[in-house]
Design a protein around this ligand. Structure first.
Ligand code: ZN
Ligand code: MN
Length: 259
């Protein structure tokens, strides 16, 4: 098995894989953010990294070290930035980090870069960072970047199985069934099933108020119940997302069908 993790490879081994082998490089991006009393603060980066590793193994890819801080947690999708432990970046800081990393991968000779987002709030600032780098690299650069939110790969059939009572939507899925199940699959030692709270789902009005109305957010930080989480659901979701990301990477980067 070739090495998958960039930070475990020598620079010469890395150079040979990306310059001669054309290996895709995966850059996971997460957050350091409260995920209720039952999941760790690193959940978003841990899941983005784990998903990246599973997909990378299917396409002879390399996973770069994750960006483990994200854009400010929002009440309606991450519980909000007021929780102790949640540690967030300003938008321009995140975009600048992504811009710099994309530019560096291009300098290495990487031609296929996959940015795997695990934190809802990051989306537009990843796009900004990629756009700034691509503008700087110019139209003759051989680099192509794929950007994705891993949860967009779940099929309706899987969602129907994972959420038999109806899917609440990804915003309310913070620290709930999806993330708890995926963590039970990838990092079972970090999940405290006995601490899953009993809060009813959060019910937000269709507007925001600043300063944040922290009383809109359940005090546990969990936006809908995680009670339906299971390791089997996590495994099914993890397998599906790795397979479908690998297929997208093969298709978009002309790598041919899976072996
Ligand atoms: Zn999360
Ligand atoms: Mn998040």
């Amino acid at each position: 098995m070739p090495e998958t993790l960039m930070n475990r490879m020598s620079w010469v081994a890395y150079r040979d894989r990306v310059q001669d082998g054309g290996s895709p490089v995966f850059l996971p991006v997460g957050a350091t953010e409260q995920h209720g009393p039952h999941l760790p603060l690193g959940t978003d980066a841990l899941l983005a990294s784990a998903v990246s590793e599973s997909a990378a193994r299917l396409v002879d890819g390399i996973v770069a070290p994750a960006f483990a801080y994200g854009f400010k947690s929002q009440p309606k999708c991450g519980g909000g930035n007021h929780f102790c432990g949640t540690t967030s970046l300003d938008a321009q800081t995140l975009a600048a980090q992504v811009r710099d990393a994309v530019r560096e991968f291009a300098r290495h000779g990487v031609t296929r870069l996959v940015i795997v987002n695990g934190h809802y709030e990051n989306q537009w600032f990843l796009i900004e960072g990629i756009d700034l780098a691509m503008r700087e690299l110019g139209p003759t650069s051989p680099l192509t970047v794929m950007r994705l939110e891993y949860w967009d790969f779940f099929t309706p059939e899987t969602l129907a199985k994972v959420f038999p009572d109806g899917f609440p939507g990804y915003a309310l899925e913070h620290a709930a069934v999806m993330e708890t199940s995926m963590m039970l699959h990838f990092h079972p030692d970090l999940v405290r099933l006995d601490l899953i709270p009993d809060d009813p789902p959060a019910d937000f009005p269709p507007y925001d108020i600043y300063p944040t109305r922290t009383d809109w957010v359940p005090p546990s930080g969990v936006l809908s119940s995680a009670k339906g989480a299971s390791r089997d659901k996590g495994q099914a979701m993890a397998d599906e997302v790795a397979k479908l990301i690998a297929t997208a990477v093969r298709t978009e980067f002309g790598l041919g069908p899976a072996l």
